[in-house]
Design a protein. Sequence first.
Length: 74
Amino acid sequence: MLAELKARGFASVPEPGRRIVTAETKRGGRVLPWIDLAAFAERAMAVARADRAAAADRDQWVFFDRGLVDAAVA
């Protein structure tokens, strides 16, 4: 659904967890849910907060693939 919204011109923000896993895997990092869940959850919350802050200035709808609540549940 997010891909379709993006194709229609809406802003979308990818899931924080997937971005963290991709970045940590590329650099050989350890902030991964299967290695350090607490550090991963803290990073995911920070990324989600930053995503929300960045979206606040937009003049259009922004659709999030997960966000702060999902990170906090971890």
